[in-house]
Write a protein that binds this ligand. Structure first.
Ligand SMILES: *[C@@H]1O[C@H](CO)[C@@H](O)[C@H](O)[C@H]1NC(C)=O
Ligand SMILES: *[C@@H]1O[C@H](CO)[C@@H](O)[C@H](O)[C@H]1NC(C)=O
Ligand SMILES: *[C@@H]1O[C@H](CO)[C@@H](O)[C@H](O)[C@H]1NC(C)=O
Ligand SMILES: *[C@@H]1O[C@H](CO)[C@@H](O)[C@H](O)[C@H]1NC(C)=O
Ligand SMILES: *[C@@H]1O[C@H](CO)[C@@H](O)[C@H](O)[C@H]1NC(C)=O
Ligand SMILES: *[C@@H]1O[C@H](CO)[C@@H](O)[C@H](O)[C@H]1NC(C)=O
Length: 683
């Protein structure tokens, strides 16, 4: 193609070079404003010029294609080259849903393709079908065993199939002497550049990637021969991107893209690429820390230091207060009181920390009451009003088996919740701390379980409104001075629901306690609470967590099959089938437990864990069974054949297509849970 046959299209943000008549042979977009891409589904070009492939619409997909078809066979298949800068921005840094792909397809109509793990490219029936005529390079953030994915952070070369022909963990090789390999996390929110080249003469596909602004690594990530695309790519075909979205807030962005036939893809101009939207808290002003080293004279240093001190004084007690909060006045704590009461949130006062917050022990000035203050970072104003209304309302829940929520305080980007301090800390520590503590006696366990059941029944049925807890687990059960079990942290899960798109909800909770229908529909009900309570029952009786990662830490590839995990429900079910369910009781108790009670608690746990919500008992029935006022019916014979693991596996693969999760600690796997923090840790 001669240079004279090219014309330049002056476009606002983009300089796209488009060849006449025969279709595009070379183009470059530094931002997509005015690019006229052919978009469908959730794909849009933002005002800033970013190509956003997905938004948080449940089960949808997005495609973006260069508007003109490319004539690939002239008459033989041409070599081609493309490069793009992308970023995957997830609201939660360790959560992601599927990924996206660069693709060459015979048509822009991918309406029969499916979302989720199919990346909007294929569906359950046509995966692997040679009639697809699709070549793609996938950037996949979920390990789908059904496509033999290598891990949850990989780059793959796909020919007509999501089963990649070749795949490699995302990363790049250093150009330096050592040629060391550096991992890149696709969901790190950081922009990264990918280069894909196809050499028709040698049938070689090369893929390289690097953090944005770094030069193309000399050694590619993938280089593979014998991928003859002549019969794969059609005579004319479309080039573009495909992605699938889901209910989790993950957005796939392309910042810039270039493509060329028979030549290297034009370089992208980083300075012209649109900026990604900021996510998370505002970076703190670095002015002070930068100014300090520059300041050379003592006087400047002193002035800055003085200014700093004054500023800190002012900022230290700053709160966020809005007009609508007046009515919640009685539940509002002054930040200064909480700050002073916890010794300035000193580490020494830290009772626990988890993904979403830290809990400090404090004492209220004046009354001298001991409290646990939970700091939850929360940027979004959206939903805050509803949440505070709920705090005020939940603050009126009074039951001896619930941890009283005393009130709240708000600061920029931060919410503080004030609870009664529980002398004996979280049950989690009593159950899972090996070593120093004596084993929690069976009678105490049963007492705690009965208490929690009573607290939950009150929330579900006996209070003026139905309150769903949403995150029942041992670490959310606190033990008071009299060894009563008390449920804490109710309602917190809602905050994250409110904070998002009202039509969609996060699935919030903890893996192993999530009812199958909850993962499927996103709707929490009293019966999904009962499911979690079932898991809790088994956890307390057996002293083991619902799902335990096996010791060998192939952490990168968790979130897959259930094969390499210990699944408590299966283990208990196994004992039940052998006719010795009580054998599942915590071995550390030796013979120090009541066999009949153990039989009851464990069978009740299994009953609560029924995959079908309608088959689970209500909390009213649960309490009756526990206190012996009604006999627990025998588990139906269907349990003999019921494959909970398969149910969980289905649940899991559904789950996998939405999330990638990583163990937050070696033992628990938390998913978007903000309440895995012990409220109290007194020993
Ligand atoms: C996501 O994209 C779809 C399709 O364009 C649109 O209908 C929907 O409003 C978008 N949702 C959000 C939250 O932007
Ligand atoms: C899958 O896609 C093919 C086209 O590639 C279409 O013919 C088929 O009907 C689709 N199957 C389903 C189940 O949507
Ligand atoms: C993809 O890989 C899975 C798992 O190895 C296998 O069962 C399936 O048949 C493969 N599909 C295709 C189309 O190759
Ligand atoms: C690729 O396949 C086509 C059609 O089967 C064949 O004509 C061509 O020679 C092959 N190319 C190479 C480099 O083997
Ligand atoms: C997401 O879509 C699936 C399938 O259409 C549906 O069953 C589920 O209820 C939806 N989830 C949410 C939270 O809307
Ligand atoms: C890259 O990640 C993998 C999997 O997490 C790990 O095994 C490997 O050691 C990492 N490599 C480097 C260089 O960090």
């Amino acid at each position: 193609m001669s240079a004279s046959s090219k014309r330049f299209l002056p476009v606002v943000v983009v300089a796209a070079m488009v060849a006449a008549a025969s279709g595009a042979v070379e183009f470059a977009y530094n931002g997509f404003g005015g690019a006229g891409l052919s978009l469908d589904g959730t794909a849009t070009v933002t005002p800033a010029g970013l190509l956003q492939l997905t938004n948080d619409t449940n089960m949808s997909k997005g495609h973006a294609f260069h508007p003109d078809p490319v004539k690939f066979h002239r008459p033989m298949l041409s070599s081609f080259s493309t490069t793009f800068v992308f970023a995957i921005v997830s609201e939660f840094l360790d959560l992601s849903t599927s990924g996206f792909a660069f693709l060459v397809a015979p048509t822009t109509d991918l309406s029969t393709a499916m979302p989720q793990q199919y990346l909007g490219m294929f569906n359950g029936t046509d995966n692997g079908d040679a009639r697809n005529h699709v070549f793609a390079v996938e950037l996949d953030t979920v390990r789908n065993p059904e496509f033999a994915d290598i891990n949850n952070n990989h780059v793959g070369v796909d020919v007509n199939s999501l089963n990649s022909t070749v795949a490699a963990p995302a990363g790049y090789f250093d150009d330096g002497g050592g040629g060391a390999f550096h991992n890149l996390s696709l969901i790190s929110r950081e922009p990264m550049q990918v280069w894909v080249d196809y050499d028709a003469a040698t049938t070689e596909v090369t893929v390289a990637m690097a953090p944005a602004r770094q030069p193309r690594p000399r050694r590619p990530l993938i280089s593979t021969r014998n991928i003859n695309l002549s019969t794969v790519i059609t005579d004319t075909a479309y080039v573009g991107f495909s992605s699938a979205s889901s209910i989790v807030l993950v957005k796939h962005y392309v910042l810039g893209w270039s493509f060329a036939l028979d030549g290297a893809a034009p370089a992208l101009d980083y300075d012209k690429l649109p900026k990604l939207p900021r996510i998370g808290p505002k970076p703190r002003s670095k002015a002070l820390t930068v100014a300090l080293p520059i300041a050379t004279t003592v006087s400047v240093l002193a002035a800055v230091a003085l200014g700093f001190v004054l500023l800190r004084r002012r900022r230290r007690y700053a709160e966020l207060r809005e007009d609508w909060e007046v009515e919640f006045g009685p539940h509002r704590f002054a930040y200064k009181d909480l700050y002073d009461g916890t010794g300035g949130f000193r580490d020494k006062r830290l009772l626990g920390a988890g993904g979403f917050g830290r809990v400090y022990k404090g004492v209220l000035p004046g009354s001298g009451t001991y409290v646990a203050v939970k700091k939850v970072s929360h940027e979004s104003r959206q939903g805050m009003k509803e949440f505070v209304a709920e705090v005020a309302s939940i603050g009126r829940l009074r039951h001896r088996n619930l941890v009283p929520l005393l009130g709240y305080c708000r600061r920029e980007g931060e919410l503080l919740l004030v609870y009664d301090y529980m002398l004996n800390g979280s049950l989690d520590k009593h159950l899972h701390c090996h070593g120093d503590k004596p084993v929690l006696a069976w009678a105490q366990r049963v007492h705690i379980v009965r208490g929690v059941a009573a607290g939950l029944l009150y929330m579900h049925e006996d209070w003026e409104k139905v309150v769903i807890h949403r995150d029942i687990k041992a670490s959310n059960v606190l033990v008071d001075g009299e060894m009563n079990g008390r449920l804490g942290d109710f309602g917190l899960a809602r905050l994250y629901d409110h904070g998002t798109d009202p039509q969609t909800t996060h699935v919030v909770g903890t893996m192993g306690y999530l009812a199958p229908e909850l993962v499927r529909t996103g709707k929490a009900t009293t019966l999904s609470d009962v499911f979690a309570f079932g898991s809790f029952l088994l956890e307390v009786a057996c002293g083991r967590r619902p799902i335990e990662e096996e010791e060998d830490d192939s952490a990168a590839t968790v979130g897959v099959g259930i094969g390499d995990r210990f699944v408590l429900v299966d283990w208990v079910l196994g004992h039940w089938r052998k006719g010795s369910i009580a054998g599942a009781v915590d071995a550390r108790l030796g013979l120090e437990y009541d066999v009949a009670e153990a039989d009851l608690v464990l069978r009740l746990g299994l009953a609560c864990l029924h995959p079908s919500p309608a088959a689970r008992p209500t909390m009213r029935q649960v309490t009756q069974y526990l206190d012996g006022s009604a006999p627990l019916p025998e588990l139906p014979p269907s349990y003999l054949t019921l494959d909970m693991s398969a149910g969980m596996e289905r649940n899991q693969s559904l789950f996998n297509s939405w999330f990638v999760w990583r163990p937050s600690s070696r033992a628990t796997t938390s998913v978007a849970t903000m309440s895995d923090v012990a409220l109290s840790g007194g020993r």
